[in-house]
Ligand binder design. Structure first.
Ligand SMILES: Cc1ncc(COP(=O)(O)O)c(C=O)c1O
Length: 452
């Protein structure tokens, strides 16, 4: 029989997966260390159990105690799983920029969750660093984990993640690329790989709004580098003790927009449904492409799972609201992309207004072109109908000819969005797009506004 003693026994030994398409023309073999196969769906399970085991061993954590941690979600998940198996209580202090899914998931595994504001200085009593420390002081028989400065964090990756990567690549790994938050992953893996082969290059992925890159390059902790950012899991406004700058060869910064767009791309292009720091990591790897040759074996570590980001980077509206849209609509073709396969809904001049209303309700549309045998001769929209209704309550029985306004202007597929915006005004709620072969589609005010 083959089974784990409990869920903690399934941590580690995650697969390595070849990345095929998204890397474009990078000549190297690029492999993903795919950490979502851990039971808490992130790499952080590894360090969570190690931090607990070490704290138990030296008496910092006692039977029945309360574990308290400031966490962006994933460490909390790993700790919560271990707390369940080992009989501890778990309190997670989380910042309000983290996704709602992460909070709900932590609660689902029995953790108490306290949410703190993101945009305050670390020393501010409301920050999640200060709140975690205060709670640990106030709670009897508690242990404050402090993943930032706790050496067991990097040690876990030195003992498990690093050796796995070395073994899975048969010692051929030449570059390791990974997002940096507490620094545990990069420092532990980096130290192990460099001990096996000092020529292995270790690249950290940082974000705009974080201090790591500049500090690594200049030794200056520059407060001007600190500002709010959206990317989750990587970058810091402090220097955690777990970041061992001596094993890191360089940092690259990735924008919030690129990280979000590449999170979506990993899912759509490779079938890798992963978290936001994976998007940052793959985009950072692409930014580093000139460093890789055909004989290289590049390993990029993906920290966590996409399910934690369904309301954010995998939600098109959330992406659009932040301007995280790659293909900016330029012409009529772009504007009809979403609905060009649906037939254009029209009414005939001989029909009654009631028929038009029926069709508009059925297809949930606010305007409708009117045709006769010669082509488009008019249009109807909600405002016309309301205006007419106020004059005549029996509007539904009127012939369409009596109510319709002039036809929508017709553009072609290449008409620029600026020209279309000018055509859509008070007189025209929409324009028609001539697709050739007698086929037409419609661009409404809503389409243009959504594209903006
Ligand atoms: C999603 C995600 N990515 C990246 C990181 C950074 O990993 P590390 O803290 O080991 O530097 C974290 C850490 O919290 C994370 O949760």
């Amino acid at each position: 029989m083959e089974y784990a003693e409990n869920i903690l026994g399934t941590i580690g030994n995650t697969p390595m997966v070849k990345i095929n398409k998204i890397i474009g023309d990078i000549p190297a073999l690029v492999l993903a260390k795919y950490e979502t196969f851990n039971p808490g769906n992130s790499v952080k399970d590894r360090m969570a159990v190690k931090m607990i085991a070490d704290a138990e061993a030296d008496g910092r954590l006692k039977p029945g105690g309360t574990i308290i941690e400031g966490t962006s979600g994933n460490t909390g998940m790993g700790l919560a799983l271990a707390a369940i198996v080992k009989g501890y209580k778990m309190v997670c202090v989380i910042s309000d920029k983290q996704s709602k899914e992460k909070v709900d998931i932590l609660k689902a595994v029995g953790s108490k969750v306290i949410v703190c504001p993101t945009n305050v200085a670390p020393e501010d009593p409301r920050s999640y660093y200060s709140t975690s420390k205060r709670l640990a002081e106030e709670t009897p028989n508690s242990w404050y984990v402090n993943q930032y400065d706790n050496p067991s964090n990097a040690a876990a990756h030195y003992e498990s993640t690093g050796p796995e990567i070395w073994k899975q690549t048969d010692g051929k790994v030449t570059h390791f690329v990974v997002g940096v938050g507490t620094g545990g992953t990069i420092s532990g893996v980096g130290k192990y790989l460099k001990e096996q082969n000092p020529n292995v290059k270790i690249w950290g992925i940082d974000t705009y709004g974080s201090v790591f890159k500049k500090y690594h390059e200049t030794g200056i902790f520059d407060e001007n580098e600190i500002y709010p950012y959206i990317t989750e899991g990587i970058g810091e406004d402090i220097l955690p003790k777990n970041v061992d700058f001596s094993v890191i060869d360089g940092f690259v910064k990735v924008t919030d927009k690129d990280a979000a767009i590449y999170t979506q791309k990993l899912a759509k292009i490779e079938g890798f449904f992963l978290g936001n720091s994976a998007g940052a990591a793959i985009k950072g790897l692409l930014q580093l492409k000139d460093n890789f040759t055909k004989d290289d074996v590049v390993v990029v570590l993906f920290h966590d799972h996409g399910s934690r980001y369904v309301g954010k980077m995998y939600n098109d509206e959330w992406m659009r609201e932040r301007g995280f849209v790659e293909d900016v609509a330029k012409n009529a073709s772009d504007l009809i992309k979403e609905h060009q396969d649906f037939p254009l809904i029209t009414v005939k001049t001989e029909e009654l207004v009631g028929h038009a209303i029926e069709r508009m309700k059925k297809y949930n549309i606010s305007q409708i072109p009117v045709e006769d045998t010669t082509g488009f001769v008019g249009a109807l929209d909600e405002t016309d109908l309301l205006r007419k209704y106020l004059e005549n309550k029996n509007v539904a029985d009127l012939p369409i000819k009596e109510v319709m306004r002039k036809p929508f202007p017709i553009v072609n597929k290449n008409t620029p969005i600026e020209e279309i915006s000018k055509l859509i005004q008070k007189e025209n709620n929409a324009v028609l797009v001539d697709l050739g072969d007698g086929k037409f589609n419609i661009i409404t005010k809503h389409d243009v506004i959504s594209a903006l």
